[in-house]
Write a protein that binds this ligand. Structure first.
Ligand code: ZN
Length: 304
């Protein structure tokens, strides 16, 4: 799948590689919904390529072929084991990075979703980030770079990334998914256009539209509608994000709302988002009671 917004990033990085102006550790703060991991792997491949071009890896040299066959001895890719990147994974990586390169070039490691480093694994990575050794390159991808530990992010250079505009995303979706209508309202729920394209392929997008209708109806009637009462547990996080979006849109569209009510809705939407993040860590919550309390709180707001 062609992701045109990644092309200039790969181009810039390849130019740096060609001019030998390359650092040891980079933070790729690009959400996977925008292709963060795809980008990190493309940068890694370019860094290993023996004949790197202005557009990235050549695709033909021995190094490129080894990477494509998933068989390059100096390339390492760490992905989270469940919800965390474990300390043993990082220790093993650091040990490998200190050994001699087998192909005589760089040793390159990609760590996907490095926001999943826990305290111990982050500490284990610090020394390598500080003294990475010669010809070593670390690429740390993160969906949520602003939430990364400062000890990690302060030791990395940034990969400059310009997110595509809504118009560019619309054009891309019409190309890859044949969608003509504007479906970009739910991008913040999705994390990015790749997830949105996937949602359009399956039934998740239709479910999001339904959730938006359900919340709209429930907020205005003051009663949780039947669909939200019978919601599938797997949909709870989507439901919270859609509610958050709906509240934010209310603030943008209804400019006549009085100032105090605006403040209350802003606080309320922040609470919904905080609940979403909390539920990621402890999923066993009575969401029905939670949803009902949200409807109640929203209705009380208007009465005060
Ligand atoms: Zn190559």
């Amino acid at each position: 799948m062609d992701l045109p917004w990644l092309t200039p990033v790969i181009g810039d990085f390849s130019e740096q590689l060609k001019s030998q102006h390359i650092g040891h550790a980079y933070l790729v703060g690009v959400h996977n919904g925008y292709g963060g991991e795809i980008l990190s792997l493309a940068l890694a491949k370019a860094a290993l390529c023996q004949l790197v071009t202005s557009q990235g890896a050549c695709g033909f040299c021995k190094a490129c072929q080894l990477v494509e066959a998933n068989n390059h001895p100096d390339f390492y890719h760490i992905v989270a084991d469940g919800n965390q990147i474990k300390v043993d994974q990082v220790r093993e990586l650091c040990r490998k990075l200190t050994s001699t390169s087998q192909q005589g070039g760089r040793r390159v490691a990609v760590i996907s979703n490095c926001e999943k480093l826990n305290q111990a694994s982050a500490n284990a990575l610090l020394k390598t980030l500080e003294e990475p050794g010669n010809e070593t390159l670390l690429l740390l991808q993160s969906d949520t770079p602003s939430r990364l530990m400062a000890t990690i992010s302060s030791r990395c250079q940034r990969i400059h990334f310009q997110a595509p505009t809504r118009e560019e995303i619309k054009a891309w979706l019409s190309l890859v998914a044949g969608v003509k209508s504007d479906v970009t309202w739910c991008l913040p729920v999705m994390g990015g256009p790749l997830e949105l394209a996937k949602a359009l392929e399956g039934d998740r997008y239709a479910a999001l539209l339904q959730l938006r209708k359900d919340w709209s109806q429930s907020l205005s009637s003051g009663h949780l509608c039947a669909n939200l009462i019978n919601i599938n547990e797997k949909q709870v996080s989507d439901a919270l994000k859609v509610l958050y979006l709906l509240l934010r849109q209310k603030l943008v569209k209804q400019t006549e709302l009085d100032a105090l009510l605006r403040v209350r809705i802003t606080e309320f939407s922040a609470k919904v988002m905080a609940t979403y993040h909390r539920l990621l860590l402890m999923p066993n919550v009575n969401y029905l009671a939670l949803f009902q309390s949200f409807i109640l709180e929203y209705n009380e707001m208007g009465k005060k």
